[in-house]
Ligand binder design. Sequence first.
Ligand SMILES: Nc1ncnc2c1ncn2[C@@H]1O[C@H](COP(=O)(O)OP(=O)(O)O)[C@@H](O)[C@H]1O
Ligand SMILES: [Mg+2]
Length: 485
Amino acid sequence: MHTAVAHASHCGAPRGEVADIVERVTTEARDGALQIAVFSGDAVSVYRLPPGGTLTVGRADDNDICLDDRAMSRRHAVIHAGPPLVIEDLGGANATHLARAAERGHGGETLALRRLSGERSELSVGDRINFGAAVAVVRRESPPPGVASSGSDDEVVLRDPEMRRVYEQAARAAQGILSVLVLGETGVGKDVLARAIHRASPRAAKPFLAINCAALSESLLESELFGHEKGAFTGALQARAGLFESADGGTVFLDEVGDLPMTTQVKLLRVLEQREVLRVGARTPRPVNVRFVSATNKDLEALAERSAFRQDLFFRLDGITLTVPPLRDRPADIPWLVKRFLVTASRQMDRATHPSLAPKTLALLQAHAWPGNVRELRNVVDRAVVLAPGDVVLPEHLPPKLVAAAEAPATPAGGVLRVPARVAPPSDVADRLRREVDELEKQRILDALAKCDGNQTRAAELLGISRRTLINRIVEFDLPRPRKH
Ligand SMILES: Nc1ncnc2c1ncn2[C@@H]1O[C@H](COP(=O)(O)OP(=O)(O)O)[C@@H](O)[C@H]1O
Ligand SMILES: [Mg+2]
């Protein structure tokens, strides 16, 4: 999967189909698998090394790693996944330069660069490769925060009181019956929250399936999401279950749901409404039991009002809305996130220790407005860890634009990473949240009943829950029993 933040636009769409739009996240460790991270301008692109395969690097569009840089040849180098992992320079005008992790001096300010021209060289984790203006590094994959159980380093950073409130509300919503809609700017941590909801839900032991709706074409949708019967179309030699079926009992995460094409919205609505899928070529639908969590950085309500998004689908997805605040509104999180990213990036590069930040560096990070939010911060820290030859990250290891833009405020006294004390949530918070979420559920049920003129079967359909669950909730919340139909 590409976790690319931005691809150079001329390089065309990243390759790969289903793997790019669907990510199955399980708790099985993905640690150990190697990846190449490429830092180019403000963008970071991550490429998984295909076992035994190759990644080509160059300026031409058809390279796996395409770099829009005059210093690069059209086909510049090939990385062989091996083992052994090898970089092969193809002997173009400008050579490839390699900095070996093993030759990194302790506290060392210098990096020995080896020039590769038409040669091959073995690569190890932590080795750095210069491709023109871009820098690439070999590192280990690391699971998303909260997924690995191996110690506190992997936990979701939650220091800001508002963030804690959002997560507490999410934990409560996770127990509930309604779909959850996660709103927030790009990079604030919507994926992270969606996974946290799954883990806190009774469905935690079942699959979590993330679908990037922006990349969903109708043809993929049909057979991938719904599956197909044997002989449904040419080439359908075997019957195959779709992704919804394989997520049965679990959570489906509809990421970038605001980008869902209209035609696809209709088909998705059916799944949410009927809670069943019809495999391509099948006559009888099969029931699926999945909880939907969606996320978008768009104003879905406004889209729905303008008819750019189906009202009925919006209503179905928007059971409980959680909004993740932008990073600029939670500066208390910054030092903790930085620390976490320093540790993770170092571990990914097999470094025994992680570098610290010079006080000036931290001050610059705290002064920045972070339009790209946590993702931007992570990229900046990841890049700094690759660029810093020694044990201290200096301002020169930050993107020049960031340094130029910031008017660094006074540095905190004596401080490498001064962090605020842990804030304990007040004890009545849990109760208050429970009441809030109950109130939300209650309101949604009343709305749905009003919309359906008191018809419980239709209201249940509208809410995407079973009639039995609806009736249970009506009794539980002591709502007036609607008239019978
Ligand atoms: N609270 C957090 N603690 C640790 N890492 C985080 C946190 N929030 C976001 N991240 C990291 O920041 C990056 C962007 O988060 P993501 O959930 O993908 O954002 P979004 O989906 O809102 O665009 C990811 O690398 C994620 O692991
Ligand atoms: Mg996202």
